[in-house]
Design a protein around this ligand. Structure first.
Ligand SMILES: C[S@@+](CC[C@H](N)C(=O)[O-])C[C@H]1O[C@@H](n2cnc3c(N)ncnc32)[C@H](O)[C@@H]1O
Length: 312
């Protein structure tokens, strides 16, 4: 069954992928409405959706504190890396799916603000003869306060996560350039070809049908648009992998219990990480959904990876 991939050209590769996708779908359809996994447990697909909802409803209030405690703050560096890798330009329309409490979108806004400041500084530097009144006019210019057309939509299935995120955005002063939408990654409530960039950070492993979520990502992106996924992955260094396993199973649920009074949700989070496909397999799934130039970068020896693909 591997021969056609090597012996034929691009067209054949595409056909082979659709055959494989069809096979996967058939496989999934047989299971559809029946069984899937919730961490290490086997449950019905309906039950998985409900239980995932319940996990994030239950962790929402402590989500940010727990993220910092569990990752020793490293999740912040991974999210920073994601945005630097994205390199959004002023005007970018971002859809941040499973956006939760808004971390990725807030960083996106910060990045655009920094770009805008740099543009203004460069403009002022190149016009050395400007008077103070010109400079002050330039600073009170209407688009100075805006994100130059950039916008981030945070879409998440969980209303509690969105609520916590909205409160956080007000506290941190992110009033502009953000919208919060309740929606399912498998059935996005947006028109086709609407966004320049689609991100999903630590969200896709919770989705019941990953292939559907990937298809939806492809549908809502404009041609030329970019898919970016930050997710826990497979650790490449064997020693680190053992330590990481120990930490995940022995420490994280305990932290969940001590900080949030919730062992079970954090047990699920650890188990769901182990169930998620490794880097190469996930790359193929992204290609199957129709993305091109799919690549990935391992961060922290593969504790997480960032997959990227383009809609052509
Ligand atoms: C681990 S949190 C990640 C939040 C945020 N992206 C971050 O990096 O901090 C996972 C999020 O995925 C959301 N989620 C789970 N299933 C989803 C689905 N089918 N559609 C949209 N969001 C989903 C959860 O509600 C939760 O907010």
């Amino acid at each position: 069954m591997t021969a056609p991939v090597h012996s034929a050209g691009r067209w054949c590769l595409a056909s082979w992928r659709s055959v494989r996708l069809g096979y996967q779908r058939l496989h999934q359809t047989q299971a559809s409405g029946r069984e899937t996994h919730f961490g290490f447990q086997t449950v019905s697909e309906e039950e998985k959706g409900e239980r995932v909802y319940h996990v994030f409803e239950s962790v929402a209030k402590n989500y940010d504190v727990m993220n910092d405690s569990m990752s020793l703050g490293i999740h912040r560096l991974w999210k920073d890396w994601l945005i630097r890798h994205m390199k959004p330009t002023p005007g970018t329309q971002l859809l941040d799916v499973a956006g939760g409490t808004g971390d990725v979108s807030f960083r996106f806004i910060n990045y655009i603000r920094a770009q805008r400041e740099k543009l203004y500084r460069d403009k002022l530097d190149s016009q050395e003869t400007l008077s103070w009144s010109d400079i002050s006019k330039s600073y009170s210019n209407k688009d100075q306060g805006s994100l130059m057309g950039s916008h981030a939509v945070i879409c998440d299935i969980n209303k509690e996560m969105l609520k916590v995120g909205k409160e956080k955005s007000l506290q941190l002063g992110y009033s502009e350039g953000l919208s919060w939408v309740a929606g399912d990654a498998e059935e996005l409530p947006f028109a086709d070809e609407k966004f320049d960039v689609y991100t999903i950070a630590f969200g896709i492993r919770n989705v019941t049908h990953i292939d559907k979520a990937l298809e939806e990502a492809h549908r809502v992106l404009k041609p030329g648009g970019r898919f970016l996924c930050l997710e826990f992955s497979q650790v490449t260094n064997p020693l680190l992998a053992r330590l990481y396993d120990l930490y995940s199973f022995q420490v994280i649920p305990v932290l969940g219990q001590v900080i949030a009074g919730d062992w079970k949700s954090y047990q699920y989070l650890v188990e769901s990480i182990r169930r998620f496909p490794p880097q190469e397999e996930f790359k193929e799934m992204i290609e199957d959904a129709g993305f091109f130039k799919v690549t990935y970068h391992n961060l922290t020896s593969g504790v997480v990876s960032v997959h990227s693909g383009f809609k052509l």
